[in-house]
Write a protein that binds this ligand. Structure first.
Ligand code: IFM
Length: 461
């Protein structure tokens, strides 16, 4: 049965922020109008992106942004979470700025404000300028200062109008998919570099926070991809604890001023000596944040080695999780096209667990959603009832956490429209709005209509 928008609308508090999210490389296109990024380099190597997708045309958002903002108005969202492309603003990652790039985001921000939608800006969502990649990217000693300088450029320009700032989106992915393994750009495949990148990303976060504060930017914070790790048997407990360290505790402990978890250090001695960690820098990383964003999609469920192989699960494997004792990743059905188990109750537990580990910080679900086949078309509309059901369950699960005392202030659906799903290219679609890559026509799916109805009803509560 189709979930009722009325029931969900009744639960949504009037002051709860509801939005949708996207990121620059995934939607913008127009790679010729900006500097090159590590994702352009990565995509140019055959085999890295499953269907050979490159940055063009993506959703051609650079040209179609006005229509895309109208789509947000039509949906009735309170806020839009987007990221800026560093190489579009500063093609080489330092020095010369592109006025055209700066101007694009000026217009985007103004366009949002004209429509009564609050801009939520992420400074870094993975598209590092190639010139900085060539210096070692997130393992380069100078990267935190380069990021702080870039923050100063964008805070100068946009702090007067942006409602909410995130320094980073999912540093776990940059570090462990990009450096420890070869799943994402730059594809280093070096576990030691994964840990160093993780540390330098967080140092860059701390320094960027200081810059944002000095520019009086409103609501600076960070977005992490956190989850609940479920161990199915005694033999997988130790691995589950290690995975919790990599996925959750490393980031939260650094933010909370607890440093790198000792058990993580102990379990990775044959990979890294952690000599890049400096105690004075740990203090910089632990500067207070105004809010924390949590991107949640699926739990991580593990069983003893030799348990039934679940096939491909994007982002869940030994190579992306360095130092993990032998274990099998065993998501249960139902699953999305990413191979990710659908379990809304793990969103509730993730929010509660995070609130305990980083007390006193308001939380937002900054991404949540699913890739589904989108095969059923009725009267020209994609009847994505699986996605609609996913949203209904997960928004309710987030509100359950709020009812149980978590200071949850908002929820953002991933994604506003179908876009390039990184190494999965166009083969996985997360949008609530369908995008025809050839014609670039946007068509709201049933899930978009559901969210629109919920928001319209909520405003009448
Ligand atoms: O598409 C990504 C997004 O860029 C970051 N979070 C997870 C999404 C789905 O994989």
């Amino acid at each position: 049965m189709k979930p009722s928008p009325h029931e969900l609308a009744k639960r949504l508090p009037a002051d709860f922020t509801f939005g949708t999210a996207t990121s620059s490389w995934q939607i913008e296109g127009d790679s010729k109008g900006r500097g090159s990024s590590i994702w352009d380099d990565f995509a140019a190597q055959p085999g890295n992106i499953i269907d050979g997708t490159t940055a063009d045309p993506a959703c051609d958002h650079i040209r179609r942004w006005r229509d895309d903002l109208d789509l947000l108005s039509w949906l009735g969202v309170d806020s839009y979470r987007f990221s800026i492309s560093w190489p579009r603003i500063q093609p080489d990652g330092s020095g010369q700025l592109s006025e055209a790039g700066l101007d694009f985001y000026d217009k985007l921000i103004d366009g949002l404000l004209e429509r009564g939608i609050k801009p939520a800006l992420t400074i870094y969502h993975w598209d590092l300028p190639s010139a900085l990649g060539a210096k070692g990217g997130w393992t380069w000693e100078g990267i935190a200062d380069a990021f702080a300088d870039f923050t100063s450029v964008v805070a100068d320009r946009y702090a007067d109008r942006v409602e909410r700032w995130a320094t980073f989106n999912e540093p776990w992915c940059s570090a462990f998919l990009g450096y420890a393994s070869k799943v994402h750009a730059p594809g280093a495949g070096n576990p030691a570099q994964g840990f160093e990148a993780a540390y330098r990303l967080m140092l860059a976060h701390g320094r960027s926070m200081e810059v944002l504060r000095s520019h009086k930017a409103r609501n600076p914070g960070i977005v992490l991809n956190l989850t609940t790790i479920i161990s199915e048997d005694a033999e997988s407990r130790e691995a589950a604890h290690h995975l919790d360290g990599l996925q959750n505790r490393l980031w939260l402990d650094l933010l909370a001023g607890r440093g790198v978890p000792q058990d993580l250090i102990d379990h990775t001695t044959d990979i890294t000596d952690w000599s890049f960690v400096k105690s004075s820098e740990l203090k910089e990383i632990a500067v207070p944040i105004d809010w924390l964003g949590i991107n949640y999609y699926t739990p991580t469920r593990v069983s003893k080695p030799g348990a039934n192989d679940a096939g491909k699960i994007v982002g869940q494997s030994g190579d992306v999780n360095p130092g993990t004792p032998p274990v099998t990743f065993t998501p249960r059905d139902p699953r999305t096209e990413m191979g990710w188990e659908i379990d809304a109750s793990s969103l509730t537990t993730t929010l509660k667990q995070t609130a305990e580990r980083l007390p006193g910080v308001p939380l937002y679900v900054t991404e949540n959603g699913g890739a589904f086949p989108d095969k059923t078309v009725v009267d020209g509309t994609i009847e994505d009832l699986d996605r609609l059901d996913y949203y209904n369950r997960h928004i309710n699960a987030a509100l359950d956490a709020k009812d149980q005392g978590v200071d949850l202030r908002g929820y953002f659906a991933w994604s506003l429209f179908d876009n390039i799903e990184w190494a999965e290219g166009w083969t996985k679609r997360f949008g609530i709005v369908h995008v025809d890559v050839e014609s670039q026509v946007r068509t709201p799916k049933a899930s978009a209509n559901f969210i629109k109805e919920v928001l319209a009803l909520r405003n009448k509560n």
